[in-house]
Design a protein around this ligand. Structure first.
Ligand code: AMP
Ligand code: MG
Length: 329
């Protein structure tokens, strides 16, 4: 009999509930994102969004899956990393469900879940993963029992950089797709800080410089073009170094920024040069959602990795490489 897992995701502005079976069927994947009227995400407002909409999103996930709550075998939740108030609200719902339905509770690392759902969709065993989103920018690969972070941003995430730049120039949130559309119209390259430090990168200097170009009256489409070429070129460089040194045969692109076609094109080129397969996670599974938590929770559950409710405190700074990945050999 296949096991059925409910996964709750609530690390930042999105709350999601997904139901997945151990046969690899995604039965439902419902989510909602807080759209701030102005400015960025306020952790308290995001947690209130999750508390208000969470129960209804969970009910809808059951309805769409066509199962009743007492059919689930486990409940998994995003334990970290993320915004403390959001994590706590989500964990509280998961604990209540675990106690009420008497099903095991599993704490999932959000970044690990992005990698595992990408492997689930692509059939990849052991990829180098480029995980790019509103809050994270990491190059991840499995080595020595853990998902190692081979490189990451030293300051802001790439999605955050795109969204903040967009806000400055009057785009609505999320600005990533709007920057992509504008960039298609641009053609003149304006140099921006290309900040690769070893395997790490930095995006805050680029944000300041792009804002200055805007203040100087450079056409917006050319700034967007230049931002994309520089920001994605940096990612391409460290992804290529990771592939070259680890000699892995698969390159996976995941996270909300994976929707970007220009970034995809650059990474496809990297994979082709090294004879590696490439996969970009499809939009429904690329951003933050519950199915990735449900699926990774199942992998952990089947390996015997559970949490007692009394021990299920959240881990806002849980690093990708701080968890023993006992379900992979
Ligand atoms: P996530 O944090 O995984 O939910 O992803 C959201 C982030 O993805 C936001 O920063 C968006 O601006 C970004 N994003 C979504 N679509 C695109 C796109 N086509 N190009 C670049 N960034 C994007
Ligand atoms: Mg994410």
């Amino acid at each position: 009999m296949a096991l059925i897992s409910l996964g709750l995701e609530g690390t930042a502005h999105s709350f999601g509930a997904g139901i997945v079976t151990s046969n690899g069927e995604v039965l439902s994947n419902v989510w909602d994102m807080l759209l701030p009227k102005e400015g960025g995400i306020h952790p308290r407002e995001a947690s209130q969004h999750h508390a208000e909409l969470g129960p209804d999103i969970i009910s809808r996930a059951f309805d769409e899956a066509g199962i009743s709550p007492n059919e689930i075998d486990i409940v998994a939740f995003s334990r970290g990393p993320g915004l403390g108030p959001c994590l706590r609200v989500t964990a509280t719902m998961a604990r209540a469900i675990s106690l009420a339905l008497k099903v095991p509770l599993v704490g999932v690392n959000h970044c690990v879940a992005h990698v595992e759902i990408g492997c689930f969709e692509s059939g990849f065993d052991d990829p180098v993963t480029v995980y790019v989103s509103g809050g994270n920018t990491q190059i991840i690969a499995f080595a020595g029992g853990r998902f190692r972070t081979f490189g990451e941003t030293l300051d802001i995430a790439i999605g955050n950089m795109l969204d903040t730049f967009g806000r400055i120039v009057g785009m609505r949130f999320p600005a990533g797709p709007i920057v992509e559309r504008q960039a298609k119209e641009g053609s003149k390259y304006y140099p921006l800080p290309y900040s690769v430090k070893g395997m790490d990168l930095s995006y805050s200097g680029m944000l300041t410089a792009a804002k200055k170009l805007y203040d100087d009256g450079v056409p917006l489409e050319d700034i967007c073009f230049s931002v994309q070429e520089t920001a994605f070129g940096m990612l391409g460089e460290i992804a290529e170094r990771a592939i070259a040194h680890t000699k892995k045969r698969e390159l996976l692109l995941t996270g909300g920024v994976a929707r970007n076609n220009r970034l995809t094109e650059i990474l496809e080129g990297v994979a082709a040069r090294h004879g590696a397969q490439f996969h970009r996670v499809s939009p429904p599974l690329a951003g933050d959602q519950g199915a990735m938590i449900a699926w990774t929770g199942l992998l952990q559950h089947q390996a015997g990795d559970h949490l007692e409710v009394s021990e299920s405190y959240v881990l806002p700074k849980w690093r990708t490489d701080a968890q023993d990945i006992i379900w992979r050999s």
